[in-house]
Design a protein around this ligand. Sequence first.
Ligand code: IVH
Length: 682
Amino acid sequence: MDKEQLKIRIDNLVDELNHHNFNYYVLDKPLISDYDFDKLLEELIKLEKENPEFIREDSPTKRVGGEVIKSFKQVKHKYPMLSLGNTYSQEELIEFDNRIKKLIDSEFEYVCELKYDGVAIGLTYIDGVLTQAVTRGDGVQGDDVTANVRTIRSIPLKLKGNYPKEFEIRGEIILPHLGFEKLNNERVEIGDEPFANPRNAASGSLKMQDSNEVANRPLDCLLYFLLGDNLPYQSHYENLIAAKEWGFKIPNYMMKCKTIDDVFEFINMWDVARNDLPFDIDGIVIKVNSYQQWEQLGFTAKSPRWAIAYKFKAERVLTELLSVSFQVGRTGAITPVANLRPVQLAGTVVKRASLHNSDIIQKLDVRVGDMVYVEKGGEIIPKIIGVDISRRKNTSQQLNYITNCPECNAVLTRNEGEASHYCPNEDGCPPQIKGKLEHFISRKAMNIDSLGEGKISMLYDNNLVKDISDLYNLNYDSLIGLEKIIIDEKSEKKLSFKEKTVTNILNGINYSKSVSFERVLFAIGIRYVGETVAKKLALHYKNIDNLLNASFEELINVDEIGEKIAESIINFFTTDKNLLIIEKLKIAGLQFVLNEDNIPKQLSESLKGKNIVVSGNFGTPEERRRIEELVELHGGKKGSSVTGKTSLIVAGENMGPDKREKALKFKIPIITEEDFLEMISK
Ligand code: IVH
């Protein structure tokens, strides 16, 4: 192809792919298979790489992020970003309706829309191209988050049809429930605090500095308001319908209403139906439709007189607080949990609610035996929001927060400025010890897959394993016949270790003695030393003794080791108990020296820039590790979770449905082991 033909091909590919993205993300109706989509995308990536001068601003390849922004630029809104007056009562809506009738003499109609619960955004388009995305800020000026917003697939980078030369469209960036749950699961997995609700998650995502990260968050954007001098119609509803033609995601859930009774009907219908929506709404927005009437009605100091938000009351019930229990997490953090008399709330039976921390308990002054109000708002876990004092018994007693750990009795600590109490007894507190053991045996660490959470618990409860080094003292006699009683509501079952289980466990432990130094370093659980840092340390220091003797200054000079990590390493290796464990592990025969022969020689660069997830069953764990290793040896990066950045999935048998669903969503090709081997052999 000559240059001109190449340009035409690139243009055609961009248009075609954008059209498919629109069908998938905006209309929810994909027209081609993922495979075909990927083929086109691959071709575009290749052509763009070879002809960067033809890369278009609206190319789908520009959705994956790239820019890292230290602080967001402040931008003044061309039109102030006002909020709406709101009410929780239908009487006040009647007053709103009466006010409007008084101020305008002609006929009018309302447009009812859902009030999406997310983060407000203003998008500017010039000549059909997205030029700027700004948050509300203080209403006068907000943050320029354009780089992050470009990664949201349902926001068009370039418009179709007959759009005005310059205009702004406003809407709400939201995180649908499915994406929210997945994001939180991933956060919990890596030890990050989960977000309290989808709104916080959306807002946190939008403010991230690295747009690559934002590209992985399954954000969506629903639009509800147009501003500009040359809009096609003189009414709100008709302009929104037109904007839909230009490629925007304008939800179908809007309705024109002639009377306030019709408005009530819409409200009452959605007050119930909202439970089935895939995202959160917190009310209904009612707007007069005609722009000419907007002018007649004008504004108050804060908001337009032609619109109002009716907010749903969060669903709330009254029930008895039976007791409060305190849970200890793997990091030692204490969470108070309210045990409630079971009660029906927003479609589910609620038995427990979070009480968060001691400040909240104190503020609410909740007491065992109280009748408490439980609410389910945007949060997934219900919360107690108040007490019906009139029903309090005079025998009730103030709730005392625990001073000692409910698991190990250690005196709890609380750091300045932190809300939670912690159990400091890292090495003597059962949930914390079990957490460490579970990490040690996990797949990326020692990969002892014949042990799991349940078996670890059994070994610990039977006093066989107190720390990771004890695993290497287990033998046939200590394990055979070990019993566990499983009690569920109906029956009591006894499980006991049979010969096969015991042999598997011992084999797994034995096999782990050949696990490489860098993974042992990751497995021993030094805070902040993850897989990558462990690798860096192993390569740099070559053996545990060198690392053990490294000073703080030396450590921070190692690539990717900052002060926080260095401090944690020093702390770990100056604790006698840890040194003793290392000694015992050395005696057991674990690898504490880097095996230079094991450092694989790079085979090719053919997978450079590709993030590859290996998932499912490949016969043996070793085979799966071999594939992962091949990914790295050919210059690729292996990932554990499927995200928007994943380029490819190599799937064995029984790949998890979660991963499959994500692959579908992000249109990631899934290939077999054979395909993969063939791919790298070229
Ligand atoms: S119209 C001038 N419509 O709720 C009025 N807002 O306090 C422009 N919101 O700032 C807003 N869904 O962040 C409008 N269908 C909808 C909405 C909506 C959610 C948010 C938006 C707004 C706030 C109102």
